[in-house]
Ligand binder design. Sequence first.
Ligand code: SF4
Ligand SMILES: [Zn+2]
Length: 472
Amino acid sequence: MIIDTHAHLDFPDYESDLILTLQNAKHAGVERVINVGIDLPSSRKSIELSEEINKKSGLPKIFAGVGIHPNHASENADDVFGEIESLANHENVVAIGETGLDYYRDYSSPDDQKRLFRKHIELALKLDLPVIIHNREATDDCLDILAEYAGRNLKGVIHCYSSDKDHAKKFLKLGMYISFTGTVTYPNAKKLREALKCVPTDRLLLETDCPFLAPQSKRGKRNEPSYLKYVIPLMAETYDLSENDIEHVTSNNARLLFGLGLETPKAEIAYVIRNSLYLNITNKCPNDCIFCERKTFPYVKGHYLKLENEPSIDELIAAIGDPSGYDEVVFCGFGEPTERLDVVKSVAKYLKDKGVRVRLDTNGLGNLVNGRSISAELKGLIDHICVSLNSNLQEQYDALCKPAFGDRSYPELLKFIKEAKDAIPNTLVSVVDMPDVDVEACRKIADDCGVSFRLRKYNDTGFKNDSQHLAL
Ligand code: SF4
Ligand SMILES: [Zn+2]
């Protein structure tokens, strides 16, 4: 599913072929479009469009944003703002905006723009809706205004992102999502692509801002929601993910931010990222790492993982289906797989009998969990094991990972790495580059044990993407 979070389909550009445009969008996989108002008439039209189109079948569902663009801030914006407020209560309205600041054009004074921006934010807070923010050459003021509302649970997106990576990090720290238009595909848009790289996938949204800003292969033409298919490949390449992964994670982000009539997903026990199948077999874990977001954000690349029940072996095998097309099948998921060692062994045996490559991502505490050395039991069943080391120092490991087994954990982890090396063809240890972790000392431990090493990026915007031992 693809979601276009910012379109202006009420503009005259679509007068003659709106339905065809929406059919093309549906054909390209676009299931939801947010039509965004720029003034009172277009906010009304956005709602009317959503009412009209959502009665028809075979088209994407339309939702509305209502607001007054900063370029119109010096018109009669204050007088009509009450009407925007009334419109915002309509059931198809999912956002307040677009609002924000635009110093590139001098259609409205900065003071009028700032005043109106704050009004939109207050309304969004009152109605618990996200804000859609337009920022053009006004980044510092935009950041300052958003900072005034820090700690008040303001949600929103910086639409058509046009600033650099350092500013992107600041917007992310303020809790904002970031969306890019077709401009990110332009050959000279190096700065934008740098900014894109620092946006974690769980804060990324897709948008066209159509009819404007068609992607490079359609540049100069009228943009439309189906053209998102020309932007998604660049995102997939940037994040080293599949196009399907980008569609999945951005749609889930759009659902989390705007709702869009989409249901909360059920926990997945088998899910695909790139061309690997991941198995999610338990919620249990003996650690409580400070960088693990299981409790607050139980998603990985848009897949919801918090299980209601632990799946049986039969349920897992049914969920796996035909595994022959995957690069590998990985035991990973929400918790620590060795909490259910028997399940790992049975399902791995099933997969090995079918000639499938099997990987286990683990915190390396399986010996303590099971009360015995387990590596030999994995011989012939697991081809590749990734163990989270996290520190070269016991004290630091205990502080970072808060292991339930206490100070027995770190020595047992080191022992497990050595045992795994003897039992499993490929053993890799990983470290998250948390501040103060001595990465080189960790690398040396891996070298001394004769195993591979991998550094995993800690997201320096103050939150992280994935469960740490999802060694993607
Ligand atoms: S990061 Fe992994 S080991 Fe740490 S608490 Fe989360 S699931 Fe457990
Ligand atoms: Zn717009």
